[in-house]
Ligand binder design. Structure first.
Ligand SMILES: [Zn+2]
Length: 394
């Protein structure tokens, strides 16, 4: 329905979004990059997971006037539609509001209805997410159960190719000879590659359960480095995690009676540190933290600082905590990523551990800037000065 004869229709389209929001008494949106966003005027932040950051489900484009709530579904393309959707008013009432001096309250019944809708949608999404997550954990456990000990071939060859001629392969490391590399592309699972694959368990140390596996596909041809995986001229990383890694670690080396835990981001970095360990770390445990975010846990946002280095201690956020036997925790600081960010994430993780484990000694073992420890062991940092690039660690 439209009322093209009413000159206020044209007039309403000149009312700036900010004024429309003011007339609707909506003041809790943030303006950035040409749009307002924040909690929905109707469904609020019902069902919002705070772990995913501030609620930004509702947005209005200042220029196109298009608005949408991703949760309860209110949407439209102009000021009149915005007033009608949010207040439940008729077209003439909306015009009156936009072009007159009226302001309006949000219809409480409609808001309640939208809140319930958003709540239901969030519950369903959570159920789907949990089911998917459990499926991935089950897959991970199946892979690990099927894998054979790493002492028998592929793992040793791969580690040697990465400059790690270990006398003994850590028992946690296993492999599968013909493991499919599966990626979801355009909604369908596609097998991009099959071949030998190193399988490392990502374990919850509190329960001892395998919660995920870390998979590294190995080139079947000598010298058995990382497999090169390409599909439609796109390169894919040779490593994938399957399952739930958050707060969990790969326990590579855990000597009896150890009271020091050395943690590196990648398997190779951690094993490089182990391989080159000084005598004072002879009896230390060496665990792989899988990725920096996992080692850090959630970082506190401090206004004016990009990386605060301080842990967000909200217990809702799962984060790694060293086992109680750890008296000294050492994070290996890789030098190959954004140095400031890396440092802040590592400090965040260590500070969290110290806050939750009083008396814990926490240390950073610095890496060489531009390279991770595994590269250093292989002498790659020397080549760097000649301008040679590196395909990255891991
Ligand atoms: Zn909504």
């Amino acid at each position: 329905m439209s009322f093209p004869e009413d000159p206020r229709v044209a007039e309403s389209k000149n009312v700036p979004v900010r004024d429309v929001l003011a007339k609707l008494q909506i003041y809790n949106l943030t303006e950035r990059s040409g749009e307002f966003f924040g909690p929905c005027p109707l469904c609020g932040s019902e069902g919002h997971n705070p772990k995913s950051g501030p609620c930004d489900r509702f947005n209005v484009n200042i220029h196109t006037k298009k608005f949408l709530c991703r949760q309860c579904g209110i949407k439209g393309g102009d000021q009149i539609a915005m007033v009608r959707e949010i207040t439940g008013k008729t077209f003439p009432e909306a015009l009156e509001l936009l072009c007159g001096d009226l302001s309006a309250d949000i219809d409480p019944e409609e808001a309640e209805r939208r809140r319930l809708k958003a709540q239901k949608k969030a519950r369903e999404a959570e159920k789907r997410q949990n089911k998917w997550r459990q499926g991935r954990i089950d897959d991970a456990r199946r892979f690990y159960a099927r894998a054979v000990p790493g002492s028998r071939g592929v793992v040793g060859a791969y580690l040697r190719a990465r400059g790690l001629p270990l006398d003994e392969i850590p028992t946690a490391l296993k492999f599968l000879l013909d493991h499919p590399y599966v990626k979801k592309i355009d909604g369908a699972n596609v097998v991009l590659h099959r071949g030998p694959c190193m399988i490392a368990p990502i374990v919850n140390w509190q329960t001892g359960e395998v919660m995920a596996v870390h998979q590294t596909w190995v080139d079947p041809n000598p010298p058995h480095g990382k497999a090169r995986i390409t599909h439609l001229e796109v390169d894919y990383p040779a490593k994938l995690v399957c399952g739930s890694k958050q707060g969990n670690f790969i326990p590579l080396i855990t000597p009896e009676g150890a009271d020091t835990l050395v943690v590196g981001e990648g398997i190779e970095t951690t094993l490089s540190a182990y391989y080159a360990r000084p005598s004072e770390l002879q009896n230390a445990a060496f665990w792989c933290g899988v990725d920096l975010g996992n080692m850090a846990g959630k970082m506190l946002k401090v206004p004016g600082q990009q990386w605060s280095g301080l842990p967000d201690m909200n217990p809702e956020f799962d984060a790694f905590l060293p086992p109680p036997w750890v008296k000294r925790e050492i994070y290996i600081e890789d030098g190959d990523s954004n140095a400031k960010r890396t440092r802040a994430l590592m400090e965040c993780g260590l500070r969290r551990a110290q806050a939750l484990r009083p008396g814990l000694i926490a240390e950073l073992m610095p890496g060489v800037r531009g390279f991770d420890l595994n590269d250093v062991l292989n002498g790659k940092h020397k080549k760097n000065t000649e301008g040679q690039g590196d395909d990255g660690r891991n």
